[in-house]
Design a protein around this ligand. Structure first.
Ligand code: KG4
Ligand code: ZN
Length: 343
């Protein structure tokens, strides 16, 4: 089954073709990130306008890549081979989401193929299923860490999730971004840069100075706003080098994420721990999770770095495994969709 996926939930405009939910054929991602860097944060109106500008060229380029990859003679042959269109309907910025959803509706009408709505958060999980030669054993505990979400869920099967816990305030990605900004590393989405800075620190001489919020609480919830505020105070003291603070922040955040995920994995006796979302690109998080999971004989699955941040490959894959195709007139955007919300 060939699925053409579209993703426009925030500042990336993406299209991809995926075969049988697991084989990426081609992918195109355009981003308006550079414009938001200038303003020091995302302006939803600007993001939406860029989505409008990028969506048609991105879809067109994706079909062209698909044609080359599969050596079709004509684009018409390409169109005919697509079995369904998939699109992110939420969560995200409403102005960005509607661009992708309306384009997907038009494409599904044009191709005369079903449209499959996809929850972006569930989509992130499927970065683990694409191009993966290893067998992925379920049930799994999934840690979903992005700029807007921090959720821990038990994945019993495709489309069968149990919510275990999540952040009570800020998402971990948001805390990364805020601290990166306070450290003067980036005005917008500085998670990866903060992590790079932390690597410059040979020894964490302030270990324990920052809190590890809720780490010992017997639940699966998180809180990152206190860690963010404590980091701000330490940065304002002007007493410690930036790389040391970056390292202590990263150690604090990762310690909480790993300990809670491992606790959930033990409690539910799972075979696999899966990561997903932009923050799952974090090397320290990936390494620490694997180290702790290995001790328990649990396998750790992480998406390739390229599939951690927003793209349409995992949207097409999620659509394959959770196929609920509907008439285009029944597909609506939902900016505040949660990971457990049914479509
Ligand atoms: O999933 P994503 O691309 O967008 C949302 O759906 O939110 O996640 C973006 C988030 C941002 O907060 C970004 O700073 C963070 O992921 N991020 C990282 C890393 N790469 C991206 N955080 C920590 N370390 C990284 N290497
Ligand atoms: Zn995302």
């Amino acid at each position: 089954m060939i699925i053409f996926g579209i993703e426009t939930s925030c500042d990336e405009t993406a299209a991809a073709v995926v075969e049988s939910g697991t084989r990426e054929i081609c992918s195109v991602v355009a981003s308006s990130k550079e414009f938001h860097e200038k303003t020091g944060g995302i302006v939803p109106e600007v993001a939406a306008r860029k989505q409008v500008e990028f969506i048609t060229p991105v879809i067109s380029e994706c079909f062209e890549k698909y044609r080359k990859e599969k050596e079709f003679d004509t684009l018409e042959d390409c169109y005919r081979s697509v079995d369904a269109v998939a699109v992110t309907v939420g969560p995200g910025l409403i102005g960005s989401l509607v661009v992708g959803v309306e384009a997907a509706k038009a494409l599904s009408l044009f191709l005369n193929k079903p449209l499959i709505p996809v929850n972006h958060l569930v989509g992130h999980i499927y970065g683990n299923f694409v191009n993966n030669t290893q067998e992925l054993l379920l049930p799994a505990v999934v840690l979903l860490v992005s700029g807007g979400h921090t959720d821990l869920v038990l994945m019993k099967d495709h489309g069968n999730f149990e919510y275990l816990g999540g952040t009570l305030d800020d998402a971990v990605g948001e805390a990364y971004d805020k601290v990166a900004r306070l450290l003067g590393l980036s005005k917008y989405l500085g998670g990866a840069l903060l992590s790079k800075k932390a690597l410059e620190c040979d020894e964490n001489t302030i270990k324990g100075l920052l809190p590890r919020p809720m780490v010992d609480q017997d639940n699966f919830d998180f809180s990152f706003s206190g860690l963010k505020t404590a980091s701000k105070r330490i940065i304002e003291l002007n007493q410690y080098p930036r790389e040391v603070i970056a390292r202590e922040f990263e150690e604090a955040a990762v310690e909480v994420l790993v300990k809670k995920t491992i606790r959930a994995a033990r409690k539910f006796n799972v075979k696999t721990i899966m990561l997903g979302g932009g923050v799952s690109a974090n090397i320290h998080l990936r390494e620490e999770m694997k180290k702790e999971a290995d001790k328990l004989g649990i396998s750790t699955q992480v998406p390739p770095i390229r599939l951690c941040t927003d793209n349409a490959v995992y949207i097409a894959s999620a659509a394959y495994f959770n196929n609920k195709s509907v008439g285009y007139e029944n597909v609506e955007v939902n900016p505040s969709l949660g990971i457990m919300d049914k479509l």
